[in-house]
Write a protein that binds this ligand. Structure first.
Ligand code: MRU
Length: 351
């Protein structure tokens, strides 16, 4: 059974329990967040990471932010709630699921503004748990919808971690692999280690091994060579934000993998829930790209690997243009040749 990445413990006065992903694979340890600052910190430092998981963390974080409110009426409460969502939204800018989760919590509070403050708080807790439970079934649906792309005997390349750890418990890109394994398909996975923070090496390799899936770890700069050797027949990765035209932000290095796949005529799939689409932005040019601290690059392996004071550029994500994407696998179905029209046809008016 997959491990739950993040859970709410107790009643409205409870706390969040999450796997500290910075310690994996050497240590499987849970951390507890009982105030808004600690969940903000957990998101910022990647204790909890991956677009759908930080959407859930944001929604549960809202409950931490309002549980001790002294507001006596709904309108004062809603003002406090806005401060809470603005603060949580300042933790990481790229994954739209965070903002989607926060907006959903705000909407629920607005819709219930005729209730007492205590009742609104209880409703918000139920909504955060609902978001988590929905993610579990959404990810299983993504697995079912994408499994046709894992034919018997193929090699699959993935980048970063779009597994159970990046979601409530089952993953997006890895959901497709978990489903293929459940159906008894034989296939091999090549996992890019994913510099600088090694989500591929630390998390994807670990998760696939736990599931008994044949996984081989490679450094990011080996992907082209492995493709040229004929070992890869498809690429499946996750997403942090998909623009209305299908341009997709995902972990830094994904864009390069898409170019390599194109050069070798290898299909390139994105697996993501509908909540990862941001139809308010026309193209990938408008996706905010998080830049992280230089230490992640200069001290990435537990010791200094670059000269003191060297200049560093550390963007955490890049954008793969829609033209490099063969299809986007969602819980609602598969969008082949993603474009404004094809996305709108499947998603309708979702924003
Ligand atoms: O910086 P991270 O580890 O949060 O980046 C995660 C990714 O890029 C994942 O591929 C993406 O969020 C999809 S998770 C299902």
């Amino acid at each position: 059974m997959p491990l739950p990445t993040i859970e709410w413990e107790g009643n409205i006065n409870g706390r969040i329990r999450l796997i500290d992903q910075t310690l994996l694979p050497t240590e499987l340890k849970y951390v507890y967040c009982d105030d808004i600052k600690s969940i903000w910190h957990a998101i910022k430092t990647l204790m909890v990471r991956g677009a759908p998981a930080i959407g859930i963390a944001g929604a549960m974080g809202v409950v931490l932010g309002i549980k001790n409110t002294t507001a006596k009426d709904a309108s004062t409460f809603l003002k406090e709630l806005k401060q809470v969502t603005t603060y949580l939204g300042s933790s990481r800018p790229t994954a739209v699921n965070l903002f989607w989760g926060l907006a959903r919590m705000e909407r629920i509070a607005q819709e219930n503004n005729g209730k007492t403050v205590q009742e609104i708080k209880e409703t918000l807790l139920q909504e955060a748990i609902k978001i988590q439970n929905e993610d579990k079934s959404i990810c299983r649906k993504i697995g079912e919808n994408g499994v046709e792309f894992i034919k018997d005997g193929i090699g699959v390349l993935t980048h970063c971690n779009a597994g159970g750890l990046a979601t409530a418990d089952y993953g997006t890109a890895l959901a497709v692999m978990f489903k293929a394994k459940e159906l008894g398909r034989r296939f091999k996975v090549f996992a890019d280690e994913t510099r600088p923070l090694l989500q591929g090496a630390r998390l994807t390799a670990w998760e696939l091994m736990q599931a008994g899936i044949d996984v081989t770890l490679i450094c990011d700069n080996m992907a082209g060579h492995v493709m040229k050797q004929g070992k890869i027949q498809c690429v499946i990765v996750g997403a942090d934000r998909i623009a209305a035209n299908g341009d997709t932000a995902n972990k830094i290095g994904t864009y390069g993998v898409s170019i390599l796949a194109k050069e070798h005529s290898i299909p390139f799939y994105i697996a993501a829930p509908v909540s990862t689409f941001d139809l308010s932005i026309k193209s990938g040019n408008d996706i905010p790209i998080e830049e992280r601290s230089s230490e992640e690059v200069t001290c990435g392996f537990g010791k200094r690997t670059a000269p003191e004071k060297v200049k560093v550029f550390n963007p955490a994500f890049d954008v793969t243009p829609a033209k490099n994407i063969t299809a986007i696998i969602t819980e609602k179905g598969v969008i082949k040749n993603p474009s404004f029209e094809n996305i709108k046809n499947l998603l309708g008016s979702h924003t």
